[in-house]
Design a protein around this ligand. Structure first.
Ligand code: FHN
Length: 458
């Protein structure tokens, strides 16, 4: 065999290996799920493959959108408060987002480095963003008429983004739902809740069977009209239709305050916790995802006060460092565009992820727990140290006896000087660190980083 032939064979082998590695979302093993269908369904556990895929993706786009964007007030909550009920409930007759383009939205999500997408199919105001068989209070009855949800599903599929839907259990518009809000004068007949439950289950069936949602992001579970039994029944109903769907913990009553976790995972149904407008606590046992707005309002608000790129990148770093996901919310405008200010913000986050995404996607949190200066993630024998405090000149990291670094470099940059000391790694921060919201040190060690006990760092 000539040398040339050998060279060609070796380079082809290397190329195939490289491609296979690049295609593997994560070397992390399948999780042993702890969530599932709650005490009524003790053997119905979270789908491990769906959970791993969700955790590997780490960063998603959340969208709160509907006819209320015409008014620029909060979706659901402004019905009967800033906007009189009759006015709110008639807005759909004007809703005509002629500039809506699902491929553009998903293209922006991809440019931002987002790997999944969750949109409000129905919020607390009861408006369905798809032509539902079970109501006329839906997109088909608007001047726009077209099926927004189907367009979003197809755009996600085309661009490799995981498609999910937010669905409100409570429905302050539906006459059979038995809790009123916003001074709604309609009398309540408790016996009608059984009809509303049938309506809710039917619409969820549409989302699963006609829109192939992969994530059911429930909300609005907190009112007395919905019970723990209802939550477990709905969880099982969905999983019986399709086993590989992920369902958050707001399907049931276990969600506790904005901490978003579930007090009793065995008792309450749900596959992951949902801290809201805050970063979840470090947790390697129960998966979680923080949902946070780019501005102050979930739905479109003119001149909303937006976060900065640095703030969002630091939020993402602390979330993944805590072993969680970040679902970042934008509120599209009434004409169907995502506001240019919000789009620019997302592109700035995407620019950081282009260089540092290796330390985010497919990783798990730790072993060094997040603080305001640093956070860490890991895959196999690599630790990624995300450094937000750029004033640091050297970094000491506690390591167990015998665990040594074998190489350290800045992601997207050169090798970094370090010393393996007794139970400590000392890293000398290079002069020319990247001018960005944070830099990431890739630390190769001689041990599986997932086996190192999590600990605090100063
Ligand atoms: O009431 C909703 C609110 O409008 C928004 O949808 C958030 C984000 O999920 N969840 C509820 C508040 O906890």
């Amino acid at each position: 065999m000539t040398t040339e032939t050998m060279k060609t064979q070796i380079s082809s082998f290397l190329l195939v290996t490289l491609l296979l590695t690049a295609c593997t979302a994560s070397q992390e093993p399948l999780p042993t799920p702890v969530g599932g269908g709650g005490e009524a369904n003790p053997t119905l556990k979270t789908n491990a493959v769906a959970l791993k895929n969700f955790q590997d993706r780490r960063f998603g786009m959340f969208v709160h959108w509907g006819p209320i964007s015409i008014k620029g007030t909060e979706i659901g909550w402004s019905r009967g408060r800033e906007v009189p009920i009759n006015t709110y409930d008639s807005l759909y007759l004007q809703f005509n987002p002629v500039n809506f383009n699902a491929d553009e939205w998903i293209g922006l999500a991809k440019e931002a480095g987002m790997k999944y997408f969750v949109i409000t199919s129905k919020h607390h105001d009861g408006f369905a963003l798809w032509p539902s068989e079970y109501t006329d209070y839906d997109i088909a009855s608007t001047p726009y008429k077209k099926d927004v949800l189907k367009d979003m599903e197809l755009a996600c599929e085309k661009q490799g983004i995981l498609f999910g839907t937010y669905h409100s259990i409570l429905d302050w518009h539906h006459p059979d739902y038995t809790t009123r809000y916003g001074g709604d004068p309609r009398p309540v007949d408790p016996s009608t809740m059984v009809n509303y439950k049938k309506y809710l289950f039917n619409q969820v069936k549409e989302l699963v069977q006609s829109y192939h949602t992969n994530i059911l992001w429930f909300d609005g579970q907190w009112e007395g009209s919905w019970t723990h039994q209802d939550g477990m029944e709905l969880y099982k109903y969905i999983r019986d239709m399709r086993d590989d769907i992920l369902i958050n913990n707001r399907v049931d009553k276990g969600f506790k305050g904005m901490a978003g976790m579930t007090d009793s995972i065995a008792k309450d149904a749900g596959d992951y916790g949902t801290p809201e407008q805050r970063i979840g606590e470090f947790n390697r046992d129960y998966p979680w995802e923080s949902c946070i707005t780019v501005g102050e309002q979930w739905a479109w608000k003119p001149n909303d006060k937006l976060k900065s790129v640095d703030e969002i990148v630091h939020t993402l770093i602390k979330a993944v460092g805590g072993n969680g996901n970040l679902l970042l919310n934008v509120g599209p405008m009434p004409d169907g565009r995502i506001e240019p200010r919000q789009a620019e913000l997302l592109k700035g986050v995407g620019k950081w992820l282009k260089v540092n995404g290796e330390g985010v996607y497919g990783t798990r949190g730790g072993p060094f727990m997040p603080n305001d200066k640093m956070a860490s993630t890991h895959v196999g024998q690599v630790i990624y140290l995300h450094v937000m405090d750029k004033s640091l000149k050297q970094i000491e990291l506690p390591l167990p006896q015998g665990v040594k670094a074998t190489r350290v470099n800045v992601l997207g940059g050169k090798s970094v000087s370090y010393d393996n000391r007794d139970r400590e790694l000392l890293i000398r921060v290079p002069e020319n660190i990247p001018d960005s919201p944070a830099y990431v040190l890739k630390i190769r060690i001689n041990r599986d980083a997932g086996k190192i006990e999590p600990n605090e760092i100063k």
